[in-house]
Ligand binder design. Structure first.
Ligand code: GDP
Ligand code: MG
Length: 162
C-alpha cells in the first residue's frame, strides 16, 4: 500500500492546487471561490521511486456548528484513510477561527499531521509563518502550491518514514 496523504483545511487555501501539482493532473477544480471539491478525490503521485496517494477534500467552511460538525464529513473520512495529514492554512488570509477549530481536532487525532502554510509566494518565510505557531501543531511549513515553492521538499520530509 502506498502512503496516503490527505489535504485538509478551509476552502480556498489551495488544497486542490497542491493536489494537482502533486498528481501532475488538472483533475481537481481550482477556483477563486470556495467549495468546489464536494467529495474526496484521489490521485497518485511519485517522489523519486516512492509512489504515494493524495486525497483532496472540499474543506471545512466553519459555517457548521460545533467542532464535530465543523470537521466536514468528507474531511473526517479522508483523515481516517490517511497515513499523513497535511493541514493547509493561507498565509494571505492569516489565522482564522476556523483554522483554530480544525487544529483543535487534529491535535487529538492520532494521525501524523503537518501544518502547511500556503500562498507564501512573495512573502518572507518567517513573516508568513510566525502567527501559525499558535495552532499548536509544531513548526509551520511554508509553501506556494501554485508556484511550486518548497513543495518537493515538503513531500520528501513527510514521506521520509515510509
Ligand atoms: P481549495 O479550495 O483549498 O482547493 O483552493 P484552490 O486550490 O481551489 O485555490 C484557491 C485559490 O487560491 C485559487 O485562486 C488558487 O489559484 C489560489 N492559490 C493556490 N495556491 C496558491 C499559492 O501558492 N499562491 C497564491 N498566491 N495563490 C494560490
Ligand atoms: Mg478544492
Amino acid at each position: 500500500m502506498n502512503p496516503v496523504i490527505a489535504l485538509v483545511g478551509r476552502p480556498n487555501v489551495g488544497k486542490s492546487t497542491l493536489f494537482n501539482r502533486l498528481t501532475r493532473s488538472r483533475d481537481a477544480i481550482v477556483a477563486d471561490f470556495p467549495g468546489l471539491t464536494r467529495d474526496r478525490q484521489y490521485g497518485n503521485g511519485r517522489l523519486g521511486d516512492k509512489p504515494f496517494t493524495v486525497i483532496d477534500t472540499g474543506g471545512i467552511s466553519g459555517d457548521e456548528q460545533g467542532i464535530d460538525a465543523a470537521m466536514a464529513e468528507q474531511s473526517l473520512l479522508a483523515i481516517d484513510e490517511a497515513d499523513i495529514v497535511l493541514f493547509l492554512v493561507d498565509a494571505r488570509a492569516g489565522l482564522t477561527p476556523t483554522d483554530e477549530a480544525i487544529a483543535q481536532h487534529l491535535r487529538v487525532n492520532q494521525k501524523k499531521t503537518w501544518l502547511v502554510v500556503n500562498k507564501t509566494d512573495g512573502l518572507p518565510e518567517e513573516t508568513a509563518t510566525v502567527e501559525f505557531h499558535a495552532l499548536g501543531l509544531g513548526e509551520p511549513y511554508p509553501i506556494a502550491a501554485s508556484h511550486g515553492r518548497n513543495v518537493t521538499q515538503l513531500i520528501e520530509l513527510v514521506l521520509e518514514p515510509f
